[in-house]
Design a protein around this ligand. Sequence first.
Ligand code: ZN
Ligand code: ZN
Length: 299
Amino acid sequence: MNEQIPLGSESLADNPQADEQRDDHTRELLSDVAYKRLGIVNVAFYGKANAGDGAWVLIDAGVAGTAGMIRRAAEKRFGKDARPAAIIMTHGHFDHAGALETLAEDWDVPIYAHPLELPYLNGTASYPPPDPSVGGGLMALLSPMYPRHPYDVSRWLQPLPEEGKVPHMPGWNWIHVPGHTPGQVALWREGDGVLLPADAFITTRQESAYAVAVQKPELHGPPAYFTQDWEAARASVERLAALEPEMVVTGHGPAMQGPEMREALHQLARNFEEIAVPEEGKYVRNPAMPESGDAYRSS
Ligand SMILES: [Zn+2]
Ligand SMILES: [Zn+2]
């Protein structure tokens, strides 16, 4: 699978000069929204600079071994020993939950996830195996080696509240965007159109190690090797495109903004089948659904 929908560098939302001056190891997009790239994945920070202890939120928890990097960035941005009010998990894949157990131990703060994602985070279920045949890149070929065992942070874990509000993030809502995983959520702030779509769609070709390294922006469907239900994934992109976001901070790839990004998102939603869905693949014909229990494996 080649490039999906190319995006020009003028749609990048980053401000590298300002980031360098601030030197807090994050990419700040708005006064209260920043993110950090940890190799192959992003984590996001909600909260204003120097907010202090308990006055900010971490969204996702990176790959294993990055707890120190996340903590140091958070201390630089929010203040010494500043712990978040909570950690919100968009989903439980290894590249989003890798440092979660360490951070939870260190910070002792609540962790929120969608009810359908809880089994992957409370020690009871593994994700179905990835499909290395889709996406056609090194990251896809290596995917069977990626950890998919359950994490167990049940001591801190809570379901996101039912009415769609995001704890400790006033003005934000969570939106259920299944397909990539059963309980994936996007975070959305209607007031200024900021969307964190998790891996519902991304802005780099995650299947390719080369594309991930150079981060040439493109609008891309969910990472193919890990996507369990393509029809649900399509419906999720449609739902997010309808929001008409101003800015997107995806799980992988650079943050993007503006009309070109929006148009690309609509194009992806309209032509999802041709653009994002692999022609063949384990979960293309046989989606792993939560209803049948197929999405939750014992090993
Ligand atoms: Zn994922
Ligand atoms: Zn991911």
